[in-house]
Design a protein around this ligand. Structure first.
Ligand SMILES: Nc1ncnc2c1ncn2[C@@H]1O[C@H](COP(=O)(O)OP(=O)(O)OP(=O)(O)O)[C@@H](O)[C@H]1O
Ligand SMILES: [Mg+2]
Length: 498
């Protein structure tokens, strides 16, 4: 046995102490590596061993002269990130004595004596035009890590670059986490139930696929495909066979691909859970949408009302705890008063939240009104007086020079307070997720001094109504201010100071 050996689920192999065995794990990863269909998608929960399974596959053919594999991620950064594709490949291919990395062209070369036998190349395909870099290429093994990040046109283009060689059939392999908005969701629809979960009995079963004018058509057998649509596909293949002066059988394989889907589940990745047992707990602390996708493997979950926040996530308490670490009042400003011309303008929201030494957040007060800039200024100043100098003031800053000078003007009015402008958030839907995760873990409380009197402080109901309807509610000003206050407190927590 050579110093480094590779086996494929080959039980009964005798391992010497100094032999490192690289093999897929029993279960779906092994099924993915061994699967012979033209296109195999291995998708599902985070940490299921998908990328590792993808990188294992070319190793089956590295002794075949001329074998080439290209493995893509969408951006070059994702290929080269610490812990990314290149790093992981190093931890795998680096064990082979006849392998050598070429970082300048992101390639692993496998040698026989001094002669290159086969190559595994890593590449990115960020923009649509990048696909043309592969014009004329013929690649027997094409892998996409995080296939859902790619466009359908990129996938279709590379499908046309896939060729069999030296007895190895052309292979396309894709790994991904669930994403209901990707073309992959459409491609694997047959394997997904109405509830968004994978239909287990169908995993690993083939479908026959043909792509035409950018659309996929799928059937349960090759005969069904050839006989469908009044023989449209059969005709198409016949015409092409005549043009190429090839047989129907030879031409058919250029058009018809077998496709299957294999479900990845983190529980199947025993190796990961052995070395990183807290991985599951980390997944459990994701916000609801990410949790449903990355832990439960659901392919249908999209943001909709009630997914980020539910009323029962917020415990109501009568008062703040005695010791508070930091308090922030975040202002999301709007500058239009309500009028008959504009009956429902955005609100100005001043959101006050504190964090204690145990990491619990307390929503203390929400001021909300629709007024012109002069009134907005006055109310911000008055509120600062009431809140006191221990409350940090964060002011959302519109983009550009005018946004900056506006905020600077306000900061001058607030002389003596800790007031800072914060650039306007680009993406509320991304930033709301960590807030939702904290709410889901019951770490965010609402302070209602009236709670024992049978009444409720007036801002609580509109707040709960807006956040529990987000992102479908008419306004998101309170959500934005909530995120702003959270970011302020959270960043302060991390950095230790402002
Ligand atoms: N066959 C194996 N042998 C040894 N370790 C493995 C094997 N399969 C997976 N692992 C370990 O599990 C870790 C996670 O696997 P991998 O990165 O492939 O998961 P993933 O499904 O791609 O995750 P993500 O959803 O985050 O992309 C790997 O970094 C590796 O340490
Ligand atoms: Mg991965």
């Amino acid at each position: 046995m050579s110093r480094f050996d590779i086996t494929y689920g080959d039980e009964g192999v005798v391992y010497d102490d100094d032999v490192i065995v690289i093999e897929p794990q029993e279960g779906p990863q092994e099924e993915f590596v061994a699967c012979d269909y033209d296109i195999v998608i291995y998708g599902g929960e985070a940490g299921g061993g998908k990328t590792y399974g993808l990188l294992l596959q070319p190793l089956q053919y590295i002794d075949t002269p001329g074998f080439e594999a290209v493995i893509f991620r969408r951006t070059s950064k994702q290929v080269m990130n610490p812990g990314g594709l290149w790093d992981t490949a190093e931890g795998l291919y680096g064990y082979f004595e006849n392998a050598e990395p070429r970082i300048s062209n992101l390639q692993w070369r496998f040698y026989d004596a001094k002669k290159i036998i086969s190559r595994v190349t890593f590449a990115h395909m960020e923009h649509e035009k990048n696909k043309l870099d592969w014009q004329g290429a013929e690649i027997p093994f094409i892998g996409f890590d995080e296939l859902t990040h790619f466009s359908k046109t990129m996938f279709l283009y590379m499908l046309s670059r896939n060729r069999s060689m030296s007895g190895i059939p052309g292979k396309i392999r894709g790994t991904c986490n669930p994403d209901p908005d990707s073309f992959v969701r459409e491609l694997i629809d047959w394997w997904i139930g109405e509830d968004g979960y994978v239909i287990e009995e169908r995993c690993g079963l083939p479908r026959w696929l043909i792509a035409d004018k950018g659309e996929f058509y799928q059937y349960n057998s090759e005969e069904e495909l050839l006989n469908s649509e009044d023989g449209r596909w059969r005709n198409k293949i016949e015409v092409e066979a005549q043009r190429l002066e090839r047989s129907f059988e030879q031409t058919k394989t250029m058009f018809i691909k077998t496709l299957t889907f294999i479900k990845a589940s983190v529980e199947d990745n025993k190796k990961l859970l052995e070395v990183n047992p807290e991985y599951l707990a980390n997944l459990n602390s994701l916000d609801y949408i990410e949790y449903m996708r990355l832990r439960k493997g659901n392919w249908n979950i999209r943001p909709s009302a009630g997914m980020y926040f539910k009323s029962e996530m917020f415990e109501i308490v009568p008062a703040l705890p005695a010791k508070i670490k930091k308090t922030v009042r975040f202002w999301d400003r709007a500058a239009t008063a309500k009028s008959s011309d504009n009956p429902d303008p955005d609100w100005t929201v001043g959101f006050k939240m504190s964090i204690d030494y145990d990491g619990f957040f307390y929503i203390e007060d929400i001021i909300r009104f629709r007024e012109n800039p002069g009134v907005v200024e006055r109310r911000i100043k008055n509120t600062a007086k009431q809140d006191g100098i221990k409350t940090f003031i964060r002011l959302e800053q519109e983009p550009g020079a005018s946004g900056k000078s506006e905020v600077q003007h306000l900061i001058r009015l607030l002389a003596g307070y800790n007031a800072v402008g914060v650039p306007k958030f680009k993406n509320t839907e991304t930033l709301v997720r960590p807030v939702s995760a904290q709410a889901r873990a019951n770490n965010i409380k609402i302070v209602d001094p009236l709670m024992n009197s049978g009444n409720q402080t007036s801002w609580i109901k509109p707040f709960l109504s807006e956040v529990t309807n987000h992102p479908d509610a008419a306004h998101d000003d309170q959500v934005v201010a909530f995120i702003g206050a959270f970011e302020g407190l959270h960043k302060a927590k991390k950095a230790g100071a402002w």
